[in-house]
Write a protein of this length. Structure first.
Length: 462
């Protein structure tokens, strides 16, 4: 009986479980049906919900990517800032080194130019004396040696000015005939001595440039052509283009390989060391390139090995018609106008003063040597006559300078004719001298040019 009851109980329990399982299946089936219907219906609410979920995931993913990119950008910026600081420090160091180099070269050249100037004055005095043939040859060789030294120092000064940005430009409009004529006069004998024919084609075109630097560019190009030409011809000519004038310097020299085109404008680079003299430092074309860059003049090169080279410099035409200047050169022979001319020389370097004294005496003038304004006032009072010309060194003793000296003389005696003589190429000196109407000539002096300037000042109508 008991066993039957237990069996019935188990059966009842099993039936209940089956019924409960069927009930749960039915509920699940209903729920799945509703979910499927809702999914298939895609009501606006559900679609919006679904899109929101997708967008949220996209925004979360995009935000992570942006953050990663931002972190990478910050790291890159940090590296760039560090690199920029390094480059800025390197630039500052280079600028300091370059400025120091330029100042050193300028100062050293200035100190060296003083004794070279004195030597040139004494050599010029010797050339005006009676010399036998052997003495004449020795003096000529000494003179050429000092010309080489002067050329080297001049090139170093040019480079230092261009490097340091102290080159003062004087852009003006002028005719190029006098520039070309000066090139012909300067280099004809040098070319002839080497057995080279130099032809300079004169032209009446007018250009806009700096006359001093344009002349220096052509001087270096012609000098370079003579140096690297064994035989043949050098031609300096001009071509008129639509908006500019092309100065061309062509030679029949050794030529330049195409791979050398850029290197020849580097400092101290020389194409063929066997062809050149000890005075050539490889700075001529460097000066040409930097001067052209500074002036904005296009520089071009065409060359063939063993046949020759042509350098071309393009200079813009003048905008207005330039009034022609009539320049008159005084004969270097002692003219009557130098006789009894009193020329005061203010110079604190006794060696230079002595050399200047010899030169002026050889020209027939009467030099009066002083070292400071007090001596000048005393000498003028003693002579009871005002000198015809004042030749004044710029750097005098006790911190005084030549322009101050001239100002003091003018304050006491009125207008005086004066020339500043200096080895200092600072643009500020020329600028101030121009304001005061004072001529400036650089040491080592061009004796012939100084002679003609003094002659013109003493007698403008000569």
């Amino acid at each position: 009986m008991t066993d039957i009851s237990l069996s019935d109980s188990l059966l009842n329990t099993e039936d209940d479980l089956v019924r409960e399982n069927q009930k749960l299946k039915h509920i699940v089936s209903k729920l799945m049906t509703r979910v499927e219907q809702a999914t298939n219906d895609r009501s606006p609410g559900y679609v919006h919900f679904e899109r929101t979920i997708v967008l949220e995931e996209q925004i979360r993913l995009r935000t992570r990517h942006l953050q990663e990119a931002l972190d990478a950008l910050n790291a890159t910026n940090s590296q760039l800032n560090e690199r920029t600081n390094q480059l800025r420090a390197a630039r500052d160091t280079a600028q300091i080194a370059n400025t120091s180099k330029s100042r050193f070269v300028a100062a050293a050249s200035h100190d060296l130019l003083q004794p070279v100037n004195a030597a040139k004055l004494f050599i010029s005095s010797l050339e005006n004396t009676q010399l036998d043939e052997r003495q004449g040859i020795l003096v000529e060789r000494i003179s050429k040696s000092f010309q080489s030294v002067e050329t080297i120092l001049g090139a170093l000064l040019d480079i230092s000015k261009l490097d340091s940005g102290q080159a003062a430009l004087n852009i003006s409009e002028f005719g190029i005939r006098s520039v070309l004529d000066g090139i012909r006069n300067e280099f004809t004998h040098q070319a002839q001595d080497k057995g080279i024919r130099l032809d300079v084609i004169l032209c009446s075109a007018e250009v806009r440039s700096d006359p001093v630097y344009l002349r220096r560019i052509l001087q270096n190009l012609v000098s370079n052509a003579i140096r690297y030409t064994r035989s043949g011809r050098i031609l300096v000519g001009v071509r008129r283009r639509k908006y500019s004038v092309e100065f061309q310097v062509s030679d029949t020299g050794i030529g330049i390989a195409e791979e050398e085109y850029d290197r020849i404008f580097e400092e101290f680079h020389r194409v063929d060391k066997q062809l050149i003299s000890d005075s050539a430092m490889g700075l001529g074309l460097t000066i040409v390139k930097r001067a052209c860059d500074m002036l904005g003049h296009e520089l071009a090169l065409r060359s063939t090995l063993a046949k020759g080279s042509t350098f071309t410099v393009s200079v813009p035409f003048a905008k207005k018609k330039v009034k022609a200047k009539v320049e008159q050169e005084i004969s270097f022979a002692t003219p009557p106008l130098f006789e009894n001319a009193i020329i005061m020389v203010a110079e604190n370097d006794l060696t230079v003063a002595e050399g200047m004294e010899h030169i002026l005496e050889s020209w027939g003038a009467t030099p009066v040597i002083v070292t400071n304004p007090e001596q000048a006032f005393s000498q003028i009072e003693e002579l009871d006559i005002l000198p015809d010309i004042f030749l004044v060194d710029y750097h005098l003793d006790n911190g005084e300078n030549g322009l101050g000296f001239i100002t003091g003389m003018r304050r006491k005696f009125g207008a005086i004719r004066s020339i500043i003589l200096t080895a200092d190429r600072s643009p500020s000196i020329v600028k101030e001298a121009n304001k005061q109407g004072v001529f400036v000539r650089y040491k080592p002096l061009d004796i012939r040019e100084l002679h003609n300037l003094i002659a013109n000042l003493i007698s403008p109508s000569a």
